[in-house]
Design a protein around this ligand. Structure first.
Ligand code: CP
Length: 312
């Protein structure tokens, strides 16, 4: 594995999951693997889980960690080639990435969709620029279109809790008052497909994800049909891909409630967090024994450690 920015970077998913299982059972078994290695994490956006779990995973492997909030702690970066830099962006990514790459052995980058231009967001220019100029392996800590560290933690969690070889996994859109990216949903779908789960995606009309992530054959617009016999329900809000960045619905009927969970085969409830209680999910669901949200968050350390172990 050269970089970790999507499931397609993973050479052997079963082997990565086996490594994660070993790590989950003995997280402190490799305290010197990262001796004299340094991880740098750059955040263009806020984070709780990704920031802390990645640091914790690095410490478990003896890796030094540097973290920077780009644009707050450092200079605003320019990504356009050939731009006349007479505005507020003081440094070009060509120099910044090369300099940072000279200080570390692995570089993590979080850069969300900006929602100005769909083609630009989906071209992943920030992640590609760091891959091109840093000269070290890149870990996506969530990009415009994907959140692979979260998705790996989600798959690790499903593997630990599944009651059948090929569980039915429902990715359900849920309402939210703000414009949110499609990254978590896109990424979860591509990892669930790679893991060969029986994936069904349900959402109101207009919330179809990009076809490269969710083919039409996986969409079920009727949530009652989608939830029938489900083993896992993964809730997430996303804004429209086709009417890019628009909120088309805030219908509270899409909230994950005990009534909706009752349609399933005693499904587990999943969400990547942070979550808005009683908007996305009712307290009675997230606080129930069926909720895996804390297990998912704990598995963020396991996932990050498996990725770092592979990359260094
Ligand atoms: N799930 C997740 O990535 O959380 P943070 O945004 O807090 O890192």
């Amino acid at each position: 594995m050269q970089h970790f920015t999507s499931v397609s970077d993973v050479d052997d998913l079963p082997a990565l999951l086996a490594s994660a299982s070993e790590i989950a059972h003995a997280p402190h078994a490799w305290p010197d693997l990262g001796h004299q290695k340094t991880l740098c994490c750059l955040f263009f956006n806020p984070s709780l889980r990704t920031r802390l779990s990645t640091q914790k995973a690095a410490y478990n492997l003896g890796i030094h960690v540097m973290v920077m909030n780009v644009g707050i702690d450092g200079w605003q970066l320019e990504f356009e080639d050939g731009s006349v830099m007479n505005g507020n962006k003081a440094e070009h990514v060509r120099e910044a990435a090369a300099v940072i790459g000279s200080y570390c052995d692995v570089l993590g980058v979080r850069a969300f969709a900006e929602f100005q231009d769909r083609e630009k967001d989906y071209a992943e220019e920030i992640m590609h620029a760091f891959k091109r100029y840093a000269g070290v392996p890149i870990i996506s800590l969530e990009s415009a279109t994907r959140h692979p560290c979260q998705s790996l933690a989600d798959i690790i969690t499903i593997e630990a809790y599944k009651r059948k070889k090929r569980p039915k996994v429902v990715l359900s859109w849920a309402p939210h008052p703000k414009v949110l990216p499609q990254a978590v949903a896109n990424s979860f779908a591509e990892w669930a497909i790679a893991a060969d789960y029986d994936l069904v995606v349900t959402h109101p009309q207009g919330y179809e994800l990009a076809g490269q992530f969710v083919p039409d054959s996986l969409i079920e617009y009727d949530p009652e049909k989608a939830f029938a016999n489900a083993d896992f329900v993964y809730a997430k809000n996303w804004s429209s891909f086709h009417e890019y960045g628009k909120i088309l619905s805030q219908d509270p009927a899409w909230q994950i409630t005990p009534e909706r969970m009752a349609l399933t085969d005693n499904a587990y409830f999943m969400h990547c967090l942070p979550v808005r209680r009683n908007v996305i999910v009712a307290d009675a669901v997230i606080d129930s024994p069926a909720s895996l949200v804390l297990a998912q968050a704990a598995n963020r350390v396991v996932a990050a450690q498996a990725i770092l172990k592979e990359l260094i």
